[in-house]
Write a protein that binds this ligand. Structure first.
Ligand SMILES: C[S@@+](CC[C@H](N)C(=O)[O-])C[C@H]1O[C@@H](n2cnc3c(N)ncnc32)[C@H](O)[C@@H]1O
Length: 270
């Protein structure tokens, strides 16, 4: 499925103002919680490495796991352009998040990321369980997901009014990449995390104004660095506080693995 989308996602979406704001805001939010480098980071569904290669650049030991050979090729090509010491800090593994434990040989990580992945799965449970199980005691779980509570925003800004009305009561849509996607909620994922021994500590919105401008067809120049930095600063602030963060179509939930052994998951599984 991702074979035909790798170019569009890795080169197109991330080259836009929205993509650049997303990477920058997420990086700042992550750095508020990550232990200092050279801590280990597992990026589940890491794609072309837009979030985890910058972490390798600042000294983290990164394992990027993804089931798509096309996305992994993109990530390898991007890594090739980085200095040798950064390249030595990155490992690629081809596997789905559901199989993370076997794929990493049982290794535990100081931080486990899963950004923009759960929405493509029918249910988040199995992958969330793996994220929690791969996190060491005291370590961080970072999930970025689509906000089911804000599902009417996109069709409304695209002036698709009957779709917007229907969106209030659904968590499914055709996403911006043209694939069916499913939204999650902070409450729902927080409950899942707790079931696997991870205590939610903070949640953020990722973008708001740049997304709305884009959906309404207003161009924002991704090459105007100064303006982009000001925009990212506004988004960072909006993402921290209500009511703004509640209206963001994407949220970032951060949890910490409790020190004692985790309680059994919601389905009683281990
Ligand atoms: C929208 S991209 C996000 C990539 C990256 N996390 C980022 O934020 O830039 C979604 C990624 O999820 C991966 N993916 C799809 N199904 C998956 C699964 N079951 N487990 C892990 N990753 C999966 C895809 O191959 C793709 O690279």
């Amino acid at each position: 499925m991702w074979t035909g989308l790798a170019d569009r996602f890795a080169d197109g979406a991330y080259a836009s103002a929205k993509g650049r704001v997303r990477t920058s805001v997420m990086h700042h939010q992550l750095m508020e919680h990550l232990p200092p480098p050279p801590a280990t980071v597992l990026d589940v569904g890491g794609g072309a490495g837009h979030q985890s290669l910058p972490l390798a650049r600042v000294g983290y030991q990164v394992t990027l796991l993804d089931p798509s050979p096309a996305m992994l090729d993109k990530a390898r090509a991007r890594l090739e352009r980085l200095p040798d010491d950064v390249r030595r800090r990155v490992t690629f593994i081809q596997a789905g998040g559901e199989n993370a434990e076997a794929a990493v040989g049982g290794q535990l990580f100081a931080a486990v990321l899963c950004h923009g992945v759960l929405g493509y799965l029918d249910r988040p449970d199995d992958v969330v369980e793996q994220l929690c199980r791969r996190t060491e005691a005291g370590g961080l779980v970072s999930i970025m997901a689509g906000n089911a509570h804000a599902a009417a925003v996109r069709p409304a800004l695209e002036r698709r009014w009957s779709d917007a009305l229907a969106a209030f009561d659904t968590d499914r849509e055709i996403g911006v990449l043209g694939l069916p996607t499913r939204g999650d909620t902070v409450e729902g994922l927080s409950g899942l995390l707790r079931g696997y021994g991870v205590e939610p500590v903070r949640w953020y919105g990722i973008w708001l104004f740049v997304d709305w401008l884009d959906l309404a067809g207003v161009a924002v120049d991704p090459g105007d660095e100064e303006r982009l930095a000001s925009l990212a600063a506004v988004e960072l602030e909006a993402g921290r506080r209500d009511p703004y963060r509640q209206l963001s179509r994407i949220f970032h939930l951060v949890g910490r693995k409790v020190q004692q052994s985790p309680t059994p998951g919601p389905a009683g599984r281990r």
